[in-house]
Design a binder for this molecule. Structure first.
Ligand code: PMP
Length: 428
């Protein structure tokens, strides 16, 4: 077979430069939390295909369900001839989503598409155009979702203008010294300066900033936003695309706050490795558009729906919510110990919710200057030693853990030992 170097050369010649890959190696096969490249090298996978694999690569139940569906039919388009799995998955998502009210679901294919549709639905339901998002938020790479995404480089660079009527509020940040009260005050100010509240359809935020660095939304902010939305008739949207399906120890991360959003966007670990996404929310809001106003040729693909039903069942029957909480505690303790021993004063923060955890690196404790170079060196050193890691954060100085919740303790230990070796080498 072709070597990694050969494939890299072909990739560089044939694939658009804007699509980046974190690893310079090519996948051959993968199983649960392990992956092998085309040269037969084994890696432990702490990236999980960007938080898609809470149930691991090729979970046996997910693969069996997808294969069984492939033997029946692979596509009809739900808009031409519907099928039961789309309905069953919608019922399941409606039941799992927080909030003591009737819910309905729309299935689409990608996370960005889910966010686009959540905004369309919110606009149609309220008859209002405005959308408020937060700094450092990530909601996708299509033009509307880029408008919502709160980071210029590399996402928004050179591709504007973005849709009108999108407003932004600062996300609480220890580093930027922005408190929850500051965020709320900025929102109230925004209502006075730019965004007439009764022309705002929705406020959208991630319950834990994903690409933005694994900063959880404080419960007080969720509660304040819920009250503000109720006061002004604004819909509250939790973008659960990266944080959902057990990553934080609950089905959806917003549940930690006790707040029920009006709409949620879901994708990634929803379907255990198949492209599937959705919008779940208040039935009367979800019903705002006319028949034909929502959808897409592939939305709710039957193979992906079968996989999703199996992935959700695996989360339930294998106790993966509790596993996520326990794993989060293990990882947190392990990082605290590692930081103190191997990288004193350089591991500035360990944060997250459940197993949605990141560590942040700085040049020194006093200035707390973000150290993207050290972070890069750890990621590269880990890959050389057989561990796939992904960074995150506005300053590129955090490493996030998205390991499958199905990974064994032995694999977690092995991965953390590699992390430590890579960190020690990068510091030296
Ligand atoms: N929202 C969040 C919170 C995400 O993490 C992502 C993907 N990283 C998206 C939206 C966009 O999803 P997709 O890449 O499937 O379009």
């Amino acid at each position: 077979g072709a070597s990694n170097a050969d494939l890299l050369k072909r990739r560089q010649a044939a694939v658009a430069r804007g699509v980046a890959s974190a690893a310079p190696v090519f996948a051959d096969r993968a199983e649960n939390a392990e992956l092998w490249d085309v040269e037969g090298r084994r890696y432990i996978d702490f990236a999980g295909g960007i938080a898609v694999l809470n149930t691991g690569h090729r979970h046996p139940k997910v693969v069996a369900a997808a294969k069984a569906q492939e033997d029946r039919f692979t596509h009809t388009s739900f808009q031409v001839v519907p099928y039961e799995s789309y309905v069953a998955l919608s019922e399941k998502l409606n039941a799992l989503a927080p909030g003591d009210f009737a819910k309905k679901t729309l299935l689409v294919t990608t996370g960005a598409e889910a966010v686009e549709n959540a905004v369309k639905i919110a606009r149609a339901a309220t008859g209002r155009p405005g959308v408020i998002a937060f700094t450092a938020g990530y909601h996708g790479r299509t033009l509307l979702t880029l408008g919502l995404t709160g980071k210029v480089s590399p996402y928004k660079k050179d591709v504007g203008p973005f849709p009108a009527d999108i407003f932004r509020v600062p996300f609480p940040s220890v580093r930027e010294q922005i408190t929850v009260e500051d965020s709320i005050r900025a929102l109230e100010m925004l209502f006075k300066t730019d965004a007439q509240p009764d022309r705002v359809a929705a406020i959208i935020l991630e319950p834990v900033l994903g690409e933005g660095g694994y900063h959880p939304v404080p419960a007080e902010l969720w509660q304040a936003l819920r009250a503000i939305c109720d006061r002004h008739g604004i819909l509250l949207i939790s973008d659960e695309i990266q944080a959902g399906f057990g990553r934080t120890g609950t089905w959806f991360a917003v549940e930690h706050s006790g707040v029920a959003p009006d709409l949620m966007t879901v994708a990634k670990s929803l379907a255990g490795g198949y492209p599937l996404a959705g919008v779940v929310g208040r039935a009367e809001v979800m019903d705002a558009l006319e028949p034909g106003g929502l959808g897409g040729t592939y939305g709710g693909n039957p193979v992906a729906c079968a996989a999703a039903l199996a992935a959700i069942e695996a989360i339930e029957t294998e106790g993966l919510l509790a596993r996520s909480t326990a794993l989060g505690e293990t990882l947190r303790a392990r990082f605290a110990d590692m930081g103190a021993r191997v990288a004193p004063y350089r591991m500035w923060d360990i944060r997250g919710l459940g197993a949605m955890l990141a560590v942040e690196f700085v040049t020194d404790f006093e200035s707390a200057t973000p150290d993207a170079a050290l972070t890069k060196a750890v990621v590269a050193g880990a890959l050389e030693r057989g561990l796939i890691l992904l960074s995150c954060g506005m300053d590129g100085n955090a490493i996030r853990i998205m390991v499958p919740l199905t990974a064994s303790d032995a694999i977690i230990d092995e991965g953390m030992a590699i992390f430590e070796a890579a960190l020690a080498a990068a510091i030296a």
